[in-house]
Design a protein around this ligand. Structure first.
Ligand code: UDX
Length: 452
């Protein structure tokens, strides 16, 4: 029997999962409550940037294996496996995850299912305990002649690599209460299992926790090296060499040890805050208190860029008035406004935060990002958004690189020497060869390196 698959929620995670399931050979329907989204997805138009995904969606809409609908009744009567991929955004003030969408999607799906047997599979990142709660909810919906069950299968995809991470995951984690549910998921992921992808079969709680533990660990790794940055900035030393040297130890590993302006995006910051809230609810807040510190270290990196800007631009600032910043009236170019390259996502983006703070302190800020200008302009319309690096840097007193897009990594002093008003640079991602810039007459500050 070939399995029919539905994916509820066609945002970043859902659209990717639906397209990748079609790529694996299944017939797939993506479901969303938003008819406009359904229309544009059916044309392969995505409201976000993800390399390779629009092409994959168009390929499978054309092949007939992938379609989109707003009709929950249709999928309830058709699919064997239903993936829940709706969002769990941060509640106001970072006080946990908003479960409204997951709860609503699961309830309306369970009501719509009319097949004798179906499995609902949660993929969204949720507070531990959610799967057990939803399992009871789903079971209560049907009488004994319907075999409706629930499993948890967290997603680990990275923006920019979403297709690859879904089709060729590092590992698959499934939390189930019944052997038959695990077997069904083995069928869904047969291709990955044929490639010997590690398969972690476990209970609901472990499956939910694996996701938040992975993100908390990654955030910790980044903040760990950024804490050492604060030390090397004070005593001298080279943070990248330090990261290389500890990274050669296989127990540590070099990945996610790039010091810079820290982590942002829609996942890491939100997930570590939601985890702290959840363990607090469980009376265990002491266990994850260190994550609070990780969050602080992360945000302090942004403060460091602001203070470096003040230090550099304060060179000719005559005043001592505490109510005024040395950046006031200065022209600053910000290169990179997305939270990381290969994405147009500006959620919790260090670059956007820094650009906004410089603007609020009175600077004239000009921004260029290869993909993020439009999204950033929606959040912070008052910045000057331009279409190229040189346009952003024209007449600038300071250039600040906040996202390591390839085109910025390839930047050479000669590209900007005659464009800027002052040869002053903050490389907040440590990607440029500082000595070369210094030789060309630039003052260049990097995070994790002492700046005199
Ligand atoms: C992350 C997880 O990697 C992924 O497994 C999970 O499913 C969702 O959250 P993503 O948010 O797409 O994915 O971005 P990621 O590549 O993890 O980067 C997160 C942030 O950390 C970015 O702002 C990035 O610039 C920063 N980062 C990453 C560093 O500052 N240094 C590093 O060494 C690595």
């Amino acid at each position: 029997m070939t399995l029919n698959i539905s994916v509820i929620g066609t945002g970043y995670l859902g659209a990717t999962h639906a397209a990748c399931m079609a790529e694996l050979g299944f017939d797939v329907i993506g479901v969303d409550v938003d008819p406009e989204k359904i229309d544009s997805l059916s044309r392969g138009d995505l409201p976000f940037h993800e390399p390779g995904l629009p092409e994959l969606i168009r390929k499978h809409v054309d092949s007939g294996r992938l379609r989109f609908t707003t009709d929950m009744g249709e999928v309830g009567a058709w699919a064997d496996v239903h993936f829940i991929a709706v969002g769990t955004p941060q509640l106001p003030g970072g006080t946990g995850a908003d479960m409204t969408y997951v709860d609503a999607a699961t309830t309306s799906l369970a009501q719509a299912i009319t097949k004798d047997r179906a499995l609902i599979v949660g993929k969204s990142t949720v507070p531990v305990g959610t799967a057990a709660r939803l399992y009871d909810l789903v079971k209560a919906e049907k009488n004994d002649d319907v075999d409706l069950s629930l499993a948890w299968n967290p997603e680990f995809l990275r923006e920019g690599f979403a297709v690859k991470d879904t089709v060729e995951p590092d590992r698959l984690v499934v939390g189930t209460r019944h052997e038959a549910d695990e077997q069904l998921l083995r069928e869904v992921y047969a291709e990955a299992l044929d490639r010997s992808t590690p398969w972690v079969s476990t209970d609901f709680e472990t499956a939910e926790l694996v996701k938040v533990a992975a993100n908390a660990f990654l955030a910790t790794k980044i903040s760990f090296i950024n804490a050492f940055s604060e030390v090397t900035e004070t005593v001298g030393g080279d943070i990248a060499t330090l990261a290389d040297a500890i990274g050669f130890d296989e127990r540590i590993g070099r990945k996610f040890l790039n010091a810079g302006v820290g982590f942002g995006g829609g996942c890491l910051p939100k997930d570590i805050r939601a985890l702290q809230t959840r363990v607090g609810e469980l009376g265990l807040d002491h266990t994850m208190r260190f994550l609070n510190e990780m969050d602080h270290i992360n945000l302090r990196r942004r403060d460091r860029v602001i203070s470096l800007a003040e230090e550099i631009l304060g060179g000719d600032y005559a005043g001592t008035d505490e109510n005024h910043s040395a950046v006031e009236g200065k022209r600053i170019a910000v290169l990179g406004i997305t939270f990381k390259p290969l994405s147009d996502d500006v959620r919790d983006s260090p670059g956007l935060d820094i650009a906004g703070r410089l603007y609020n302190a009175g600077a004239d800020v000009s921004v260029y990002d290869p993909q993020g200008n439009a999204n950033a302009a929606k959040r912070f319309p008052r910045l000057g958004y331009v279409d190229s690096m040189t346009e952003a840097a024209r007449g600038a007193d300071l250039v600040v690189l906040t996202t390591e897009w390839n085109e910025f990594k390839q930047l050479a002093p000669a590209d900007l020497n005659e464009v800027v008003a002052k040869r002053q640079f903050i490389d907040a991602r440590n990607v440029l060869p500082a000595p070369e810039w210094e030789q060309a007459g630039w003052t260049i500050a990097q995070l994790g390196r002492k700046f005199d």
